[in-house]
Design a protein around this ligand. Structure first.
Ligand SMILES: Nc1ncnc2c1ncn2[C@@H]1O[C@H](COP(=O)(O)OP(=O)(O)OP(=O)(O)O)[C@@H](O)[C@H]1O
Ligand SMILES: [Mg+2]
Length: 228
């Protein structure tokens, strides 16, 4: 069995918004292996985004243990976690989270400039990544001038530009037509193979199931099935 990249045990997460308490994660246990593409599926509201947010160190949790690359993320302080995430994790948000005042290429270069890479070098790598997702020629366009699908591709390019070992994509093909969705999945699959990265893809799109090594089904904050 190949090595474990991420390991979650008995993760519990409760949201308290006003009077209502939402038990978003009710004891999640899962290992993610090196070089695998794992898909996370389940009905709206079952906890998928909450789970991948915990898995990437973006969201704290009530109890349980989450280790990434063997390190217990609960033991890291905010600065350590930010540095760790910047080095090891790429995240494609469900809502894209592009910065509106930056052009496409500046958005993609952001993780590199945050990691103190020289601006020219960062822009060159960002340009290559934009080309890889099929957005050559859109480098200088701001998000408001891009279609939803194009914004999604910028978000994907940004998540991959710093060569992270663990890539998390929350609905990466939701705004893409069938053909663009397949192109993006081919690209993600190629990256896993070439760079030896692992990936979790949250999706509702059963047309991309064929790219998965394993499919994890969630319902009501729990894993109900893991299919090969
Ligand atoms: N910040 C928050 N505050 C309060 N409740 C939240 C918060 N984030 C999520 N929830 C609740 O937690 C549950 C799980 O939400 P989550 O976003 O993880 O679902 P999801 O599976 O990603 O759904 P979708 O497929 O619609 O994206 C839902 O009941 C949601 O309303
Ligand atoms: Mg979600």
């Amino acid at each position: 069995m190949s090595k474990i990249i991420a390991s979650c045990k008995d993760i519990i997460k409760t949201f308290n918004s006003g009077e209502a308490e939402v038990k978003a994660l009710q004891g999640i246990t899962l290992d993610v292996y090196g070089n695998e593409l794992l898909m996370l599926v389940g009905p709206s509201g079952c906890g998928k985004t909450t789970f991948v947010s915990v898995l990437s160190g973006l969201l704290s949790f009530d109890s349980g243990v989450c280790k990434l690359m063997g390190e217990n993320i609960s033991a890291m302080n905010d600065d350590e976690l930010t540095t760790f995430r910047g080095k090891n994790i790429g995240f494609v948000f469900q809502a894209f989270n592009l910065l509106p005042s930056l052009s496409a290429i500046e958005n993609v270069a952001l993780p590199l400039t945050v990691a103190s890479r020289k601006r020219a070098e960062a822009l060159a790598l960002a340009s290559e990544m934009l080309e890889a997702v099929g957005l050559s020629g859109k480098e200088d366009v701001k998000p408001s001038g891009l279609s939803g699908g194009e914004q999604q591709k910028v978000a994907i390019a940004r998540a991959l530009v710093h060569n992270p070992k663990f890539i998390i994509c929350d609905e990466p093909t939701s705004s893409l037509d069938h053909k663009s969705g397949q192109i993006v999945m081919e690209l993600l699959t190629k990256i896993i193979q070439e760079k030896g990265a692992s990936m979790i893809v949250v999706t509702h799109d059963n047309r991309i199931y064929k790219y998965a090594n394993r499919i994890v089904h969630m319902e009501d904050g729990k894993i109900t099935k893991v299919a090969l």
